[in-house]
Design a protein around this ligand. Structure first.
Ligand SMILES: Cc1cc2nc3c(=O)[nH]c(=O)nc-3n(C[C@H](O)[C@H](O)[C@H](O)COP(=O)(O)O)c2cc1C
Length: 331
């Protein structure tokens, strides 16, 4: 999970028998390599590293950005004129770092890896797990050489893995419909993700044809995730309808708690939200201040629809307990 690249969480999940993961979109190449070294030192040899496939550089609108800066200034510190210039790390250099780490698998989201990178993965025997959110995306991923597709239902916390930034909201499919449709459409294994946080969800996903399960929000209250306590507490009492998909934090659609800031940013009187990564840069000072002040209403509080099922227990125990509960349910 980007923004939560806590090695301790990955190590615990890996040692409990899960596949440890790193959301590396915001990490510089040397940070990706350092993460992999730390996780290996922690006793977890099998892990996967995830990157976002970059969108084309967005067109800028200085006047609209000025309105957003003024709006955000009422929610946090004044926003610097150049705040929207923040750019993510270089994608090609991140891909090189992935190869240097030699993980068991890499995963992609928001699109597909370039063909030449896929060739390099295959040469090294590194598996490619492609996140998809529609049947068409699943077919495209299989055709491009993905070894596994990860079907992300619209219940999911964090960013929507839509290949098209423009269509992310319009193409929201729930996991109960998406999963069997994807299983029927491709011949590679399908991992289910989105709104799964307990044994009931895992068993349901297996019944719908999933080969494995991916959990995000369900791990956020584990101490190893080390998120702000105010966010962790809020997750525990957030009902499904209290989450919402918006572009308010980064400019890319993502599901978070429906906080005061998100409601205001989506109101009719709010200025137009800027594209990724401009909006991300513009909201950075508000998000940082909210972290310092423990104000969840202004925090980037990602949350899936099953947020309230997340348990505040160590991640190793959570994985083992979930697995035992699944075995009991299946028996
Ligand atoms: C805080 C957070 C950060 C995430 N970052 C990423 C990411 O960088 N790459 C990615 O493919 N998915 C990311 N996701 C989405 C997860 O991979 C997964 O699809 C989602 O968490 C599943 O839904 P759930 O949260 O209901 O379990 C993130 C999710 C959360 C909650």
């Amino acid at each position: 999970m980007a923004g939560v690249p806590a090695p301790a969480l990955s190590i615990a999940v890996g040692r409990a028998g899960g596949l440890a993961a790193c959301g590396a979109v915001l990490l510089e190449p040397e940070q990706i390599i350092a993460w992999a070294e730390e996780v290996r030192r922690g006793g977890c040899q099998a892990f996967q590293v995830n990157l976002w496939i970059p969108d084309p550089t967005p067109a800028r609108d200085p006047l609209a950005e000025e309105r957003v800066r003024a709006f955000l200034g009422a929610w946090g510190p004044p926003v610097a004129p150049d705040a929207g210039n923040a750019t993510p790390p270089d994608f090609s250099a991140q891909c090189e770092a992935l190869l240097a780490c030699n993980p068991i698998a890499v995963s992609s989201v928001m699109g597909l890896y370039p063909a030449e990178f896929v060739v390099q993965l295959k040469e090294r025997g590194i598996l490619w797990l492609a996140n998809i959110s529609t049947v068409a995306e699943a077919r495209a991923a299989e055709a491009a050489g993905a070894d596994v597709v990860v079907a992300q239902g619209m219940e999911a916390g964090g960013h929507r893995g839509s290949f098209s930034a423009q269509d992310a909201e319009a193409q929201q499919v729930g996991l109960f419909a998406l999963l069997p449709a994807v299983v029927d459409a491709v011949s590679i294994p399908v991992v289910a993700t989105g709104g799964i946080a307990d044994a009931r969800g895992i068993v349901a996903a297996l019944a719908l044809g999933a080969s494995a399960i991916q959990i995000g929000t369900g791990f956020l209250r584990c101490p190893e995730a080390d998120i702000h306590p105010a966010w962790a507490r809020a997750l525990g009492h957030t009902a499904p309808e209290d989450t919402i998909v918006s572009r308010a934090f980064s400019g890319r659609a993502g599901r978070s708690i429906k906080t005061d800031y998100v409601r205001a940013a989506l109101s009719d009187s709010a200025p137009p939200i800027q594209p990724y990564p401009v909006q991300r840069g513009l909201t950075a000072s508000m998000r940082a201040a909210a972290q310092r002040n423990g104000d969840v209403q202004k925090m980037q509080a990602w949350a899936g629809q099953s947020s309230s099922l997340a348990r505040a227990v160590p991640a190793y125990d959570l994985v083992r307990t979930l697995w035992e509960e699944v075995q009991q349910t299946l028996a």
